[in-house]
Design a protein around this ligand. Structure first.
Ligand code: SAM
Length: 289
């Protein structure tokens, strides 16, 4: 069982990125993460799309996605539009935007995203503690709803609970670790008011998922890990970060040879579903390699 003080300790090993999470627009976020080849939202996209496709077939209606730690609407941009991470890096790194004010970036992005097709029938609710990131993602139309809340320290408001009732799929990339079982404990009563949603989390190998899994169990969920698949999140920010992460992995009994030892911060994929849904279609059939 992991307690949140363990997650706090692990977070000390990771490079501190807090300064890029709460800006008026995503330019700094994308500039800094480009240097580290941050890729996990793009790698997660086809897996999230398969889950959305499946849920869509099941309910023949708009799929409501809740993206945890959504930041500037990165997963929403990828899932709503035919865009890749490379294209997002190019877009927010373009010279034309370098000297623009945040208001000009919002105006430009509103047009940019409005002109793109939306092939998927989805609505995205984003949740993040960053007020600026949520405000940006809502202003440019990436999020249909935005919830500014830190569920580690505060409960959901009554209005937020209402907005979360229709959620069919909960997604996250680069977020578990900041969020612990505490957040899931506060989220679960709200998202299970109707049909309990599926939960699709990409989680760094250095964050044990067991405490979140136990919380989900209490709400009738079963969690499966996509076995044999490891996903590139980003390169290490420094030799120091790598050294600390390798130490943490060694404490967990995880062999980093040829992986984190080569400089790659790696994630695994956990799918949590109500017991009945998981029994109907095992993860291997849902997401074949
Ligand atoms: C590494 S970023 C990932 C953003 C996005 N999902 C992506 O992959 O590009 C982590 C995000 O988690 C948010 N975050 C950190 N702690 C949080 C908390 N306690 N509650 C809500 N959001 C949090 C940060 O503001 C930031 O936007």
């Amino acid at each position: 069982m992991t307690d949140d003080s363990t997650f706090e300790d692990i977070n000390v090993a990771k490079a501190d990125m807090d300064h890029i999470y709460d800006q008026s627009d995503p330019r700094t976020y994308f500039r800094e993460l480009n240097k580290l080849d941050y890729a996990i939202p793009g790698i997660a996209k086809p897996i999230f799309q398969k889950l959305i496709g499946h849920l869509h077939k099941r309910q023949h209606d708009t799929v409501h996605v809740l993206d945890l730690g959504c930041s500037y609407g990165v997963n929403a941009a990828l899932l709503k539009h035919d865009l890749s991470m490379e294209e997002l890096y190019e877009h927010w790194g373009q010279k034309k935007l370098a000297d623009a004010t945040p208001q000009e970036v919002v105006a430009c992005d509103r047009r940019f995203f409005a002109d793109l097709d939306e092939p998927e029938d989805i609505e995205v609710i984003g949740l993040d503690q960053s007020e600026n990131a949520i405000a940006f993602a809502k202003a440019v139309g990436l999020l249909d709803e935005g919830l500014v809340v830190n569920l580690e320290t505060e409960p959901l408001s009554a209005l937020a609970k209402e907005k979360l009732a229709p959620v069919d799929l909960v997604t996250s990339t680069g977020c578990v670790g900041y969020l612990t079982e505490k957040s899931f404990d506060r989220l679960l009563p709200a998202v299970t008011q109707g049909r309990a949603p599926w939960m699709a989390n990409f989680v760094l190998r250095l964050f044990p998922f067991d405490a979140i899994e136990e919380t989900l169990n209490d709400w009738g969920y079963v969690t499966e890990k996509l076995e044999g698949q490891i996903f590139f999140q980003r390169r290490f920010a420094s030799a120091d970060e790598q050294e600390q992460v390798l130490e943490q992995l060694s404490d967990l009994g995880i062999d980093p040879t040829g992986r984190e030892a080569e400089g790659h911060l790696l994630a695994e994929f956990y799918l949590s579903r109500p017991v009945k849904d998981a029994a109907e279609i095992p993860i291997k059939r849902l997401l074949p390699a």
